[in-house]
Design a protein around this ligand. Structure first.
Ligand code: S3P
Length: 173
């Protein structure tokens, strides 16, 4: 646990992997402040992510997301839960890895499809885009950014958070 002292715990991963809920539990376990980048952007922009995409487009969202990640990840001692596309930007990955221990929450695509069924808050899944295609295209980004990977398939957020606690005890980074 010594190694995480002063560093951020950063959760990355595809939509529906439980980053926000697991982040909440980790903040509780570690007695730290949780910052959720999507929540931060929602407050900054005064509207939900879906509306930011709809009104201003994805490029605008990514610019704002980058500003937010650069600002938040440069702080210390936080739990940061990121939006699923935050790792697409290499500067984001650099700042996350420099000041944090980056944990990738993963799940198989069948589990993700089930968790995300009927969700209308995620603009990338609107318009019939194939979840498995997006997932596959993201894999190299998550894998490059992460210090560790946790498979969340069939696990509760609590079980996942406990697994991360065990990782932090053993982590060597
Ligand atoms: C996105 C994931 C979303 C949100 C936005 C874009 C992505 O966050 O940032 O809709 O590109 O994967 P969650 O991973 O919290 O759903």
């Amino acid at each position: 646990m010594k190694r995480i002292a002063g560093k951020n715990l950063i959760l990355i991963g595809f939509m529906g992997t439980g980053k926000t809920e697991v982040g909440r539990l980790m903040a509780e376990f570690l007695n730290r402040k949780l910052v959720d980048s999507d929540q931060y952007l929602t407050e900054q922009e005064g509207m939900p992510v879906r509306d930011i995409f709809e009104l201003y487009g994805e490029d605008y969202f990514r610019r704002k997301e980058k500003e937010a990640i650069q600002l938040i990840a440069a702080q210390k001692g936080l739990v940061l839960s990121t939006g699923g596309g935050a790792v697409l930007d290499c500067d984001n990955v650099a700042v996350m890895r420099a000041g944090g221990y980056v944990v990738w929450l993963d799940a198989d695509t069948a589990a993700l499809a089930q968790r995300l069924a009927g969700d209308d808050t995620r603009p990338l899944l609107a318009g019939g885009r194939n979840l498995a295609d997006i997932y596959r295209s993201r894999l190299p980004y998550y894998s490059r950014a992460a210090h560790a990977r946790v498979d969340t398939t069939g696990k509760t957020p609590l079980a996942v958070a406990r697994e991360i606690m065990a990782l932090l005890r053993d982590a060597d980074y």
